[in-house]
Design a protein around this ligand. Structure first.
Ligand code: 5GP
Ligand code: MN
Length: 328
């Protein structure tokens, strides 16, 4: 059980905070960071939100006040040395902060993790959340409600709604519980407009993304069992369609929309390696599969980034490994 009063005490007893999240952040990462930022600012705390990645273009509207900074060692090392509390939001492995890793490892203050992924790394002084939560935004909501640290106003509710809506696949994934819908009802009561949030996140994509999606859909193959579908996006495709990694969010889910398919995989070639996304149905644990390749995540959604590997070589290995997860 979470004792959110411990987190409240840490916040009340310290002055300066750094919030950070994972590489290639999604709306749960950004919305949770910004909601927590708003809580801390209401309490007049000094807060820096520092991420490895720039905010994806379709999520920039969440950061209306330009609070999020892209990490720069020269600029931020001093801030890391002077800050009391570091909070990881929506991640539980240190390597997922990429360029911030050295500063994080050298951090002398209190290290907190607020997250809902599987198997947190043994690094943090305190961990809040758990895999029962649909989104990190839901954890932040529980924390605020249980401790009454502030009131959930429209601005905080807006961030939490964006976080929860996206991480539940617009309220359809497994952890979409009655409790979650009650939370969402309360967020909407502050005035959050669900149509507006959905439009901003999912209906403002670059034309290039949709063209790349066409190429990616065309690339889908099935393994011999026809239970694994995999999609491949090469560097050449990205150059041709002039896209970035922000443009591929959500593509892998099309693999699971094929009848009989239980595992979907996306291979995304990067300049220096390959990003792999795993999705699964039911109790097929792709978190374990991702772990075999140095990654992690959730039971039905996980990922990994491998550096200095060749696309075709790793594809064969990953598909062979995935076949072990398909039950007869
Ligand atoms: P996506 O495939 O959408 O990038 O990520 C799916 C899930 O897997 C997310 O919950 C994400 O946090 C997790 N994930 C993606 N890549 C990695 C990785 O390299 N390491 C770990 N530990 N988790 C990852
Ligand atoms: Mn999340």
């Amino acid at each position: 059980m979470n004792n959110y009063n411990v987190l409240k005490e840490i916040i009340l007893n310290n002055n300066s905070f750094i919030l950070t999240t994972h590489v290639n952040p999604d709306a749960d990462a950004i919305g949770s960071e910004l909601a927590l930022y708003l809580v801390l600012k209401q309490l007049n705390r000094k807060v820096h939100v520092i991420n490895h990645s720039a905010t994806p273009y379709n999520l920039e509207f969440l950061d209306e006040e330009n609070v999020i900074q892209k990490f720069n060692f020269e600029l931020h090392e001093k801030i890391f040395n002077e800050t009391d509390v570091l909070i990881f939001v929506d991640l539980n492995r240190v390597n997922r902060v990429v360029k911030l890793e050295d500063c994080v490892k050298n951090f002398k203050g209190i290290k907190i993790c607020i997250d809902h992924h599987q198997d947190p790394e043994n690094f943090f002084d305190y961990i809040f959340g758990g895999t029962e939560y649909s989104a990190t935004g839901e954890i932040i909501y529980d924390f605020i409600k249980e401790t009454s640290i502030v009131n959930i106003d429209y601005k905080i509710a807006y961030q939490l709604y964006a976080a929860i809506m996206t991480d539940t696949g617009s309220f359809r994934y497994e952890r979409t519980t009655p409790k979650l819908h009650k939370i969402v009802a309360e967020l909407l009561e502050t005035g959050v407009n669900p149509t507006e949030v959905y439009e901003k996140i999912y209906n403002q994509f670059n034309f290039e993304r949709i063209k790349l999606l066409g190429k990616a859909l065309n690339s889908i193959e099935l393994d011999s069992s026809k239970k694994i579908a995999y999609m491949t996006i090469t560097l050449q495709d990205q150059l041709f369609y002039n896209t970035t990694e922000d443009d591929i969010d959500g593509f892998v889910s099309y693999c699971l929309s094929i009848k009989g398919v239980l595992i979907g995989i996306l291979f995304y070639e990067m300049n220096d390696g390959v990003k792999i996304s795993f999705r699964s149905k039911g109790d097929i644990n792709v978190n374990k599969l991702a772990e075999e390749f140095g990654g992690g995540g959730h039971i039905n959604a996980s990922g990994s980034r491998l550096y200095n590997v060749q696309l075709n070589e790793i594809k064969d290995k990953v598909i062979a490994a995935a076949q072990n997860y398909i039950k007869e």
